[in-house]
Design a binder for this molecule. Structure first.
Ligand code: SF4
Length: 105
């Protein structure tokens, strides 16, 4: 299980769909069928795959501000770089909040 100090989510209303975030940090960001990007947690970091794409099936979670993904400590630098490079300025990084993580799905 990865250590984590930060969480990240994407405001899809501002996403331009260029995919720069996934190019930089493919373990944390993923394109969705509608051409917008979402965040995810991967099993190799957190024990199970969860994509916060707005779906309600197994392995899916809410999009937007409710769909916060934990950022593995090993990914912090590239997630921060993704936010800095994001043309939509829509990658939101926040301190880890256990209560928010517990209530997100
Ligand atoms: S870098 Fe920003 S604007 Fe571009 S796809 Fe990712 S979240 Fe959307």
């Amino acid at each position: 299980m990865s250590a984590t100090q930060l969480m990240v989510w994407i405001d899809q209303d501002l996403c331009t769909g260029d995919g720069i975030c996934e190019e930089i940090a493919p373990d944390v960001f993923q394109g969705r069928d509608d051409g917008l990007w979402v965040v995810k947690e991967q099993a190799n970091h957190f024990g199970e795959d969860i994509i916060f794409d707005g779906g309600d099936g197994p392995g899916q979670g809410p999009e937007g501000a409710k769909g916060v993904a934990r950022v593995p400590d090993s990914q912090i630098d590239i997630v921060v770089e993704s936010a800095e490079e994001c043309p939509g300025e829509c990658i939101m990084i926040e301190p880890y909040d256990a209560e928010m993580i517990a209530n997100r799905i």
